[in-house]
Design a binder for this molecule. Sequence first.
Ligand code: ATP
Ligand code: MG
Ligand code: ZN
Length: 245
Amino acid sequence: MAAGEFEASGNGQPPCPYGACDGNGWILNEDGSATECRCRQPRLAKARASGVNSVLPKRYRGVSFDRPPVTEIHPGAVTVVRDWIERLDENLDQGNGLWLMGDTGTGKTTLAMLVSKEALRRDHTVAIYSMPSLLTRIRATYGAEAGEESYDQFFERLCEVDLLHIDDLGAEKQTEWVLEQLYALVNERYEREKSIVVTTNITDQGELEQQIGPRTVSRLTEMCGESVVPLFGEDARQKPQLRDG
Ligand SMILES: Nc1ncnc2c1ncn2[C@@H]1O[C@H](COP(=O)(O)OP(=O)(O)OP(=O)(O)O)[C@@H](O)[C@H]1O
Ligand SMILES: [Mg+2]
Ligand SMILES: [Zn+2]
């Protein structure tokens, strides 16, 4: 939670602006039931609007090494990810990255979610975004009003989380602004030695540099070192018999 935005009430929550609840958004009734306070929805909206997304998408919430689809994914790729996760604390501490690249429907996002899931389980802070949704989120800060999170605050959060997980890098429509945002973020994390896990469909170096900028590619390449995982093959989404065992 953002500190200093409100004065906290006794339970650590900002006080109820209507004086109706104790700050937790619920009004306790005599019979023990609870009624939603008027302040609750604005509170939720605010929580959503501030901070970073650290929720695994529903599809990937149950990911695990010991069951499909991970058991169906190319074993070489799975091994690299497993090893990376085994040294997760060290990798996050040293700002090492992990880069999954390759064809559509081969398990890149699935494997990246394993990393985020484990990082969250170990109480690290994680920001999970697809590149297009990250850009949308950044744009939304432009219209921030007083009291809402500004661009600088959001950007700082993205730079400070223990792990930044960007899915579908290169899937965004490329503009000068997009290149600048991406470079600023990757460069800042590079300088602070903070980890990034990325997935992308682009495997051709030239095409990648074209799409996300050579300086960004250069930094990501250094951060990820040996941990660049190629995933080629058929689209598992088109082969339903392969899914779920
Ligand atoms: N090797 C595989 N065998 C069987 N099922 C798989 C395999 N890889 C992925 N899947 C399943 O296929 C779907 C797509 O997986 P995932 O989202 O990880 O692919 P992706 O590589 O990120 O694809 P894209 O490039 O389109 O984002 C998911 O439902 C996943 O469970
Ligand atoms: Mg994907
Ligand atoms: Zn209230």
